[in-house]
Design a protein around this ligand. Structure first.
Ligand code: 4GS
Length: 221
């Protein structure tokens, strides 16, 4: 998969996408990620990307010209253009699965200022990672890239993908334990050490359901 990111802060993307599974996917050639500076598509001496809002009011607005030029330079017929904003569709695991099947994603990151409304016409989809206000769209973009990358075929090992199922089954994960069997007085549930796989499976299903009922009843609807 190819992913382009258009941002005013490319340096934000150094670090999170250079470790762990995303780094591995990039090195293996499964993810071709390019982070681009929106200012590269300006033409004036000050590399202006924003302007004052018509109608007045505080803050600045990202002007359409650089973003339109950049998108036109970066898209092909197979590109899905995504905008990150609190007004977007809530991002979920099922959207991550859908995006993992695309050939090319292009993310438009806003900054503290808003987008000129006409920029919205460039995006096929607008996504939100939650009901809170961030300083810019960099972190939401990285969240989506992270969730999508682990679903690209070949990125997860077989061990890992079998275990992918927290939200895939629409429930939270069951509790996990490893050695020691007793730690500071806290014991591992007997059933997990019984060797009875049917019983273990049953216990895990019950625990997942219990935990989901208690913590996230909204997921069971
Ligand atoms: C989100 C969010 C966000 C909104 C960007 C204010 C700067 C900021 N983007 N999910 N302007 N939550 N964006 O807070 O996607």
């Amino acid at each position: 998969m190819k992913i382009d990111v258009l941002t005013l802060f490319p340096e934000m993307f150094v670090g999170p996408l250079d470790v762990s599974m995303v780094a591995r996917a990039r090195k293996a050639g499964l993810l071709d990620l390019r982070v681009r500076n929106l200012r590269d598509w300006t033409h004036d001496r000050h590399k202006t990307v924003d302007d004052r809002p018509f109608g007045g009011g505080p803050g600045m607005v990202l002007k359409p010209e650089p973003i339109f030029e950049a998108v036109e330079a970066l898209v092909s017929a197979k590109t899905r253009v995504l905008m990150m904003a609190p007004a977007g569709r809530p991002f979920t695991q099922s959207i991550a699965r859908e995006l993992a099947e695309q050939e090319h994603l292009l993310f438009l990151c806003g900054s503290y200022e808003g987008f000129d409304e006409r920029i919205r016409t460039l995006a096929q989809d607008e996504l939100s990672i939650g009901d809170y206000v961030l300083t810019n769209g960099g972190l939401p973009t990285m969240v989506v890239i992270d969730a999508v990358t682990r679903l690209i075929p070949g990125v997860l090992g077989d061990d890992e993908s079998a275990h992918d199922e927290s939200f895939s089954h629409g429930e939270l994960e069951y509790p996990h334990y490893t050695r020691p069997a007793e730690f500071r007085g806290m014991k591992v549930p007997e059933v997990l050490m019984s060797g009875n796989h049917a019983e273990i499976e049953k216990w895990r299903r019950e625990q997942a359901r219990l935990r989901t009922t208690e913590r996230r009843p909204d997921l069971l609807k």
